[in-house]
Ligand binder design. Structure first.
Ligand SMILES: Nc1ncnc2c1ncn2[C@@H]1O[C@H](COP(=O)(O)OP(=O)(O)OP(=O)(O)O)[C@@H](O)[C@H]1O
Ligand SMILES: [Mg+2]
Length: 186
């Protein structure tokens, strides 16, 4: 039997996120406090030294996609993450601004919420290349709204509602992500 060769399609701006994770792990988060503590724990795995209040911490950077339905707890996790970096102020969902920068002496963290992107290509108009410097940390809510344009994740964390609490399904999608997940498991 003969097979028809698949025509090659044009490359997207960013290759699609690797679909086969290198490693996966699930964590139960009973309540909001547990999600905040989990966000802190994830942040700690990205730090090369402890954080100092208001100054951040040295890091080798990472791209972390936060997935899950509306109200799943993505921003709550991001709040814990920022706390671990010594940020004491508010951590609001950047729903309208699309990105909220947290620029410290020791590191830069960018928190994206792409829910309101009407078209994935709009992500390119935001001029975000400088945010995705390998030394920076980028937390991205609703990365799927910028599919094909948002840089691939090292670590993907999906939050799913379970019995009133949440389950965090973590997938390492790069060697950096695997390193972080291994540190998270301890
Ligand atoms: N482990 C948990 N168990 C129960 N409730 C939780 C848990 N974690 C977070 N929540 C609650 O979920 C609600 C929504 O949280 P949050 O705003 O972080 O969601 P989100 O995923 O960022 O939503 P959106 O997609 O709209 O940005 C908050 O009221 C928070 O208290
Ligand atoms: Mg949110």
């Amino acid at each position: 039997m003969r097979t028809t060769p698949t025509p090659s399609s044009p490359s997207p701006a960013v290759p699609p996120t690797q679909t086969q994770p290198i490693a996966q792990r699930r964590f139960n988060l009973a309540d909001e406090e547990a999600t905040i503590a989990f966000g802190r724990a994830v942040a700690t795995t990205t730090q090369l030294a402890p954080a100092e209040t208001g100054r951040g911490a040295p890091t080798a950077g990472a791209v972390i996609h936060l997935q899950g339905d509306l109200g799943a707890g993505k921003t709550t996790l991001a709040r814990g993450f920022m706390r671990a970096y010594g940020h004491e102020g508010a951590v609001k969902s950047p729903t309208y601004t699309l990105v909220e920068p947290y620029e410290f002496e020791h590191c830069n963290i960018y928190h994206f919420d792409l829910y309101r992107l009407a078209d994935p290509e709009e992500f390119d108009y935001l001029g975000t290349e400088q945010y995705f410097d390998p030394n920076n940390l980028c937390l991205v809510e609703w990365a799927e709204k910028g599919r094909g344009w948002v840089p691939a994740a090292d670590l993907r964390i999906e939050l799913i509602e379970r019995d009133g609490g949440r389950e965090a399904c973590c997938a390492a999608l790069s060697t950096r992500g695997a390193e972080l997940l291994e540190a998270l498991v301890g």
